[in-house]
Design a binder for this molecule. Structure first.
Ligand code: ATP
Length: 379
């Protein structure tokens, strides 16, 4: 089975082809980089409109080159072309509108030539994320599915962050720490759903770091710059807030901004932000392992690329006899590869969407997803 995945919840305009036969994941991404400040939803959506057709085009060209079918001789990509104009002006559209699109009218001739790519379904990030971005990318995904004449699969972006770690590690039923830009939570599987065991009570972990770096005048994204500056820092006191399984970043962010305003060394603040914030995440991850009796932990999300966070989690797991797995960076930050991989599992479990039911959901919670694919794996 081969799946075309499309991701565009916030900053990464990304497309991928996952080929189940050899487990290969080919990803092409084009990041949105704000000229100043943080992510502006409207600008990010405009970026999606421009960048998504091009990344789809590139992964479909790769699919055409690597397919066994005779039709592979043909290399121009009608499916990507058909998403072009639609995605660009789709920012206010919804699922119903998309049926009026050029791609919806597209053509049986597109469908006839679809096999050149050997794609079985199109999977896209249905949410959570920024509404304008999601709507643009949703329209592109519907257009691509119709042009290729294949089913559409809606993927929860946060469950995809978890499932790519599970897929790559071959763990059976891990707890997952999702440490991403807009989110921070622990997920564990119980009775057909991924349950949220603990989560941030205010901002996402990456957004918290980005707000601090914005305050001191650094460009977006701030997380990697915090990691770099922290190498030369020493510990100062900052708030540490864990309440049961939940945690909060707003107090520590205000304290970090105040410390910078008062002339504290930026390196010391960055070092201490990492020690406190990642300490909080590690404490709650350990509690989640203990609560569930699980001895497998996977990491997900863009902040998961941070070496200090990985080493704290690794040490905690070692000390309690658990196993820790962090996917490659290309699967930690937002990417369409994880969407394609989970899309394949959902497709095999029959979780396809009719176009008229494919509305995006900016607040799509992971525990709303019926995890039908794990039953398939068991059988
Ligand atoms: P979500 O998956 O919740 O939608 P997102 O769309 O913001 O989040 P991600 O790619 O998961 O995207 O995460 C991006 C965040 O990761 C940004 O806030 C960025 O600052 C942060 N980040 C990236 N690299 C690092 C790093 N090395 N250390 C800390 N934070 C990092």
């Amino acid at each position: 089975m081969r799946v075309l995945g499309i991701e565009g919840t916030a900053w990464a305009a990304s497309a991928a082809v996952y080929d189940e036969s050899d487990e290969s994941v080919f990803i092409e991404s084009d990041p949105y980089q704000p000229e100043s400040g943080g992510i502006h939803p409207r600008e990010a959506a405009e970026h999606m409109g421009e960048a998504i057709p091009a990344v789809i085009d590139r992964v479909l060209a790769h699919a055409a080159e690597t397919t066994d079918s005779d039709a592979a001789d043909s290399t121009d990509s009608d499916a990507a072309d058909s998403t072009d104009s639609d995605a660009a002006d789709s920012t206010d559209s919804d699922a119903a509108d998309s049926t009026d699109s050029d791609a919806a009218d597209s053509t049986d001739s597109d469908a006839e030539s679809a096999n050149r790519y050997d794609i079985d379904c199109v999977a896209f990030s249905q949410g959570p994320g920024l509404g304008p971005c999601l709507r643009t990318v949703g329209t592109a995904a519907r257009a691509a599915a119709q042009a290729l004449d294949v089913p559409l699969v809606g993927v929860n972006h946060m469950v995809a962050h978890l499932e790519i770690g599970r897929h790559e590690s071959d763990f059976d039923s891990p707890v997952c720490l999702n440490a991403s830009g807009a989110n921070a939570h622990l997920l564990g599987y119980h009775n057909g759903r991924y349950r949220i065991l603990g989560e941030t009570m205010d901002t996402g972990v990456g957004n918290a770091l980005d707000k601090f770096t914005r305050h001191i005048g650094w460009s977006h994204p701030g997380g990697p710059k915090v990691e770099e500056a922290a190498k030369d820092g020493e510990l100062i006191d900052l708030p540490y807030v864990v309440k049961g399984m939940d945690f909060s970043f707003s107090g520590i962010m205000s304290a970090a901004k105040d410390a910078a305003d008062e002339g504290e060394a930026i390196e010391d603040i960055c070092f201490s932000l990492q020690e406190h914030i990642f300490g909080m995440l590690t404490e709650v991850a350990e509690r989640a392992l203990s609560l569930t009796g699980t001895d497998e932990l996977v990491l997900g999300g863009g902040v998961g690329q941070n070496a200090r966070l990985q080493s704290m989690l690794e040490t905690m797991c070692e000390e309690r006899g658990a196993t820790f797995y962090a996917p490659d960076n290309r699967f930690l930050r937002d990417n369409a590869g994880m969407i394609a991989v989970l899309g394949a599992k959902q497709f095999a479990a029959g979780q396809t969407l009719a176009i008229e039911n494919s509305q995006v959901d900016p607040n799509f919670r992971p525990d709303e997803v019926a995890v039908a694919w794990r039953e398939n794996e068991a059988s």
